[in-house]
Design a protein. Structure first.
Length: 338
């Protein structure tokens, strides 16, 4: 097996292993450095032990993507199996797009003569995994031609946790619909989009009529069942490019993306969608305490606006909804200035 020189080992461990472990191995790295200097054979064996023991995987790859060496016993995380890939090229064991990415990263590290950090997905025996990697050029490799060492860590679990936290930050925990924070972002984006494409979008503010009576008479558990059922109906009723949000309590907002090239056409299409939503929401809802019915009032405002403040856009639709309530509930109203 090839001998990796002391200076290379020192640099790689400092820039990759220590970085991936958040600095936790600094003391151990210094001990390893001294051992390597005292005895290169002992140091080489120590290095192999370290590489095999750490949770990361390490590969020596040629400039063209050939596996020259593999460290660590992580068969379930290595495409092709760690015992069978030495001597093979990444293009032989990975999809072309992934293999091209690996080779491009190798070239970047060699060309710029620095460590390169990347993140990527890959199908391995364990399943589809997300990896982060540190790729470092070998200054004096004992291989033919240029080579790099590629440290990879499976961060699938961490990414899944991040996705869960992101979902909690931008979605309503009861219904799963986006929350106000995500709605405000989407409205800002939609306002700019309407201006670019000279289109009009509609914002529908939906408030369930007398929903408090449901909670008071049957309890919040039944009320939650009704809210979940309403949310599912709203999601099913809108187009893929539209956006449904639970604002708070029994208040929902629907963004109808680009429903007309002018205000008249947008009003006509928004009116038709709102009428369809009222019809869908009027249908009975099955709960643990029997079948319940709810109605809703809808207020509609439009984008683009002269301003870009999402809270003003929502407020305009809210005011229009209030006019629907005053008109007898179960109605549709458009926002009108004064």
């Amino acid at each position: 097996m090839s001998i990796i020189e002391v200076t290379v080992v020192e640099g790689i461990l400092r820039e990759t292993v220590v970085q991936l472990r958040g600095g936790a191995m600094t003391d151990h790295q210094d001990d390893l450095k001294r051992k390597l200097i005292r005895n290169s054979d002992e140091g080489y064996k120590t290095l192999l032990s370290v590489l095999d023991a750490i949770p990361e995987m390490a590969f020596i790859l040629s400039k063209d993507g050939e596996y020259l060496d593999v460290f660590g016993s992580h068969d379930s995380l290595v495409a092709g199996g760690s015992k069978d890939i030495v001597g093979k090229n990444v293009h032989q064991i990975m999809p072309e797009e992934k293999a091209d990415f690996i080779v491009e990263t190798i070239h970047k590290a060699l060309l710029e003569k620095r460590n390169v950090a990347v993140e990527y997905e890959l199908d391995v025996p364990k399943g589809n995994c997300v990896f982060e990697a540190g790729v470092a050029p070998l200054d004096k490799p004992d291989y033919d031609g240029e080579a790099v060492i590629w440290f990879a860590r499976d961060i699938t679990s961490r990414k899944e946790e991040e996705d869960k936290l992101r979902h909690l930050a931008f979605n309503d925990p009861l219904t799963g619909l986006p929350n106000r924070r995500l709605l405000e972002q989407r409205l800002d984006e939609e306002n700019a989009r309407c201006n670019r494409h000279h289109q009009v979008s509609a914002v529908l503010f939906i408030d369930l009529d007398d929903f408090k009576l449901v909670n008071d008479e049957f309890g919040h558990r039944v009320g939650d069942e009704v809210l979940v059922a309403v949310s599912k109906r709203l999601e099913i009723a809108i187009r893929r490019d539209d956006f449904a949000c639970r604002l708070a309590g029994d208040e929902f907002v629907i963004l109808l993306s680009m429903v007309g090239s002018g205000l008249a056409q947008a009003k006509e299409n928004a009116q038709a969608t709102a009428e369809n939503l009222l019809s869908i929401l009027d249908e009975p809802i099955k709960t643990e305490q029997g079948v319940k019915t709810v109605s809703a009032s809808i207020g509609i405002s439009f984008l683009p606006c002269n301003h870009s403040q999402s809270e003003i856009i929502i407020s305009q639709a809210d005011k229009a909804m209030y006019m629907s309530k005053l008109s007898g509930k179960g109605k549709i109203s458009f926002y009108e200035k004064n």
